[in-house]
Design a protein around this ligand. Sequence first.
Ligand SMILES: C[S@@+](CC[C@H](N)C(=O)[O-])C[C@H]1O[C@@H](n2cnc3c(N)ncnc32)[C@H](O)[C@@H]1O
Length: 416
Amino acid sequence: MPRGHGKKRKRVRPTPAHQPEESGQPLASGQVVAESTSVSVPASSPSFVSSSPAINPAPPASTDVPKYYGDLSAILARMVVDPDFRMRIFVPPDQSFVFAYWPDIKDCLLARPDAFTPLSSPARPPFEIRAILGKGMGMVATEAIAPGALIVRERPLLAVPMTLPGFYMDMLSNTSYMPESIRTEYFSLTNCKPPELPHAIGILNTNSVALNIMPGQLDDYCGVFKSICRVNHSCSPNAHTRWDADTFAGELRAVRSIAAGEEITFPYTDILVPRHERQEFLLRRYKFTCKCPACSLPPAAQARNDQARTHIDTVVLPSLLSVSAQGTRSVRELLDLVALLQEADSGSPMIWRIVAKELAGTYCGLGMREEAVKWARKAMEMTIAHTGKDKGWAAVVEAPERTEVWRSKVGVRRGK
Ligand SMILES: C[S@@+](CC[C@H](N)C(=O)[O-])C[C@H]1O[C@@H](n2cnc3c(N)ncnc32)[C@H](O)[C@@H]1O
């Protein structure tokens, strides 16, 4: 489930994909491009203790390198010059995952000793993985799921650098470096890539999700997950994935109410672009034609939906992210944004979070308790979906008048 988008456009992105080849960063030579969707959210550094062996294969002659791997010269050159720059591999004692990493991240990993302790997850998963007509397997809710609620939290089966040379991938998957239990799960995942591509890499490029391991490095690693990688795409998604560096785990959370029996989906790509761009990307990268609600509208509604998404992307989002514009919008302007977000139906928790926070703050300032609680709840749900934490919004929902938001009187300045 890679991410990224077909067209190179300079944009400020909330959650969607940042893939090397599409993020505006040129591909360094020597990279295997792991095509990854995002478990987004920038990482603080994860932690890690490893006594794992370094993998030190003789770098293959360039003729051995299948064309998919690109030019490996940058990585290989560094390996030749610096004998310590070799892939390391970490498998925890319970053999629950394999983490292949470049040694330059070791210090950052060592700084967080809690990352690989056992994970807490919902006792009874609120979903099942089953066949979905026309999509292969998919994830379906088995009970109602509230916005912001955790659907699954899991360690990756495999995490590797985005710049993983292909021979490492072959080696990882074909040797005892990958425990049997992981290998079985890994090779049960789907592969939409052409048969000429080695199967292990096809699976990686069909399923991997971008991870942020080093602080300040966007999507430097990617991971493949047992359950998250069964989630199909929608341009009107009901869930959001995020990478939690603290626990070295991917999380899937609801961004709206999900009914029992409903399919759970998240976006594989930038969904603030018009339908034809999304469709072109998904067909090229994932070999399917999206038939989600946002791609199946009648022509007039489709045009409005495309327009709403483009407007959010090019006008609204830059303004929401601009510090100088914060706190200057009136209730009327904010409610107009709400109507636009509803029209677009693109479900971004990051955008909803900003708008809901501003509305909650404004209503608090105006002393309008009922409206303040309504928008504080939305801010809480979207903040949890986006960051994994409520960041104080639960307290505002509970008793707004006892919080700083109420006392800020920001709404009085803005007026209704
Ligand atoms: C990461 S996998 C998702 C799980 C996959 N359906 C399975 O059977 O394991 C990505 C692949 O799922 C399929 N897929 C994902 N979203 C889809 C959608 N909205 N419609 C049709 N196929 C989809 C495509 O074949 C895609 O290459």
